[in-house]
Design a protein around this ligand. Structure first.
Ligand code: CA
Length: 454
């Protein structure tokens, strides 16, 4: 990628580097959203014109990764800027609100706390999933505002939200049916959940437009349960498969919300002061779950193949990063905190260094080396692991079926041609590196999702 850096971009960056103004940050996260299911990655079946604006007016990351192929650990990596295994967050936590262990460890600083230390006002709208016990909730973790739910997914229809709170849940799975929370207080909603979250996001920006703010808009769409309102379903009458049609409608509802939010930024003249990241928390899930499309990648959520960890990922920062370009080296959700920490001039605890980096110099061509020589994955319970080099070599290890395969993503995006027997030395060397990294990770310290039987 060759980018000529216009003078105005340098000027815009200089203003920030001099600390004259701290840029706002918005992270828009979708849930189990397939790589191929956004217009900016080629989808024509599910138009996403508003989400596409982020890439068209900014940067599309063609090799954007998350740190884990399921929700909880991936989000823990995003929020801390560190491989979540470093602090043992290695499975989806139980949703048991009486369990004081199952949550993001309080001694690990997270993005809202880190930005709060330099004056940011932070809000989370949507899904938390970082612990349901009162000690772990968003308002205890640097978020000044919370509107959403504590569980790993949620029912989308207001009439189904029949449990007053998560403590009153009396059957497994009903944690999807609790009322929403505004900070510590339960609230009633009357619209389709995704629309409610989008409207809250717009109001958050309007309310906080004069402060440096951080908004974590964590949509649960298109995660199960597969539920969409008629407004969105009727856009996809041409999709025969009902499951896929509902998925498309759920993605489309997010797209409308993203449009409202971007329009709000434009109307308030905030688009040049605000980084907007868009990504999914893991790859799309299989057909029987949410019918996502991860083409051209292999497999789905829950796997360390590309389909589990490589996600739709884009960044818009008008006037400060170039518009409509692709960035192709592997980058990570870890880099979001790496980027904003640098731009906002925060001090990071030296005993807990970030694994993420500031992406801006790489995007703007000031640096031509790869942001990460290596990216790593390890699923603790299944013992599936992988390592990716900046040169496109990827080793995948899965003890369950004896897989120990080396792929070259430069000409094999689908991970179908195992090169390990031809390239034994490289395979051995990468496995040794992977083992060295795994040895730095801590074992999980809490019970997993599904262990709570209310
Ligand atoms: Ca997810």
């Amino acid at each position: 990628m060759k980018i000529l850096l216009p003078v105005f971009l340098l000027l815009a960056q200089t203003v920030y580097l001099l600390g004259a103004e701290k840029p706002n940050l918005i992270i828009i996260m979708t849930d189990d959203h397939g790589y191929a299911d956004v217009g900016f990655n080629g989808s024509t079946e599910i138009p996403t014109p508003h989400i596409d604006r982020i890439a068209q007016e900014g940067v599309r990351f063609t090799s954007g990764y998350v740190t884990y192929p399921v929700c909880g650990p991936s989000r823990a990596g995003l929020l801390t800027g560190r491989y979540q295994g470093r602090f043992g967050f290695r499975r989806n936590p139980t949703l048991n609100p009486f369990d004081p262990l199952a949550g993001l460890p309080l001694e690990e600083p997270i993005i809202s706390e880190i930005l709060g230390s330099v004056g940011y006002h932070s809000g989370i709208i949507g899904k938390w999933h970082m612990g349901t016990h009162p000690r772990f909730r968003p308002n205890k973790r640097g978020f000044d505002e919370f509107f959403g739910f504590l569980s790993g997914g949620h029912d989308y229809f207001p009439e189904n939200l029949t449990y007053p709170d998560i403590e009153s849940v009396d059957r497994a799975g009903r944690w999807y049916n609790t009322k929403l929370l505004r900070n510590e207080k339960r609230v009633e909603i009357d619209e389709y959940l995704t629309d409610e979250l989008s409207k809250e996001a717009v109001k958050f920006v309007q309310r906080n437009q004069r402060k440096p703010f951080f908004l974590y808009l964590a949509y649960n769409a298109p995660h199960t349960p597969m539920q969409a309102s008629e407004k969105y379903l009727k856009r996809f009458a041409h999709i025969e498969d009902e499951h896929r049609r509902t998925y498309a409608a759920m993605v489309s509802s997010v797209d409308d919300g993203v449009g409202m939010l971007l329009d709000t930024l434009d109307a308030l003249n905030l688009s040049e002061k605000t980084l907007v990241f868009f990504l999914s928390d893991n790859g799309g899930a299989a057909y029987r779950i949410n019918a996502a499309n991860n083409a051209p990648f292999r497999s789905f959520k829950g796997q360390v193949f590309e389909g589990g960890v490589r996600v739709p990922f884009a960044l818009r920062w008008k006037g400060a990063v170039p518009a409509g370009v692709d960035y192709n080296y592997p980058i990570s959700a870890l880099d979001i905190l790496g980027t904003i920490a640098d731009l906002a001039g925060v001090n990071i605890d030296p005993t807990r260094p970030l694994d993420g980096v500031n992406l801006i110099p790489y995007i703007n061509g000031e640096r031509n080396d790869p942001p990460h020589e290596r990216l790593y994955w390890h699923m603790y319970d299944r013992d599936r692991s992988a390592i990716l080099t900046s040169g496109g070599d990827k080793l995948v290890i899965m003890p369950e079926d004896g897989t120990r395969a080396l792929y070259n993503l430069n000409n094999d995006l689908g991970e179908t041609h195992d090169l390990s027997s031809q390239k034994r030395q490289k395979t051995d060397a990468l496995e040794a590196e992977l083992e060295t990294w795994k040895a730095q990770m801590k074992p999980p310290f809490y019970d997993g999702l599904g262990t709570w039987q209310p």
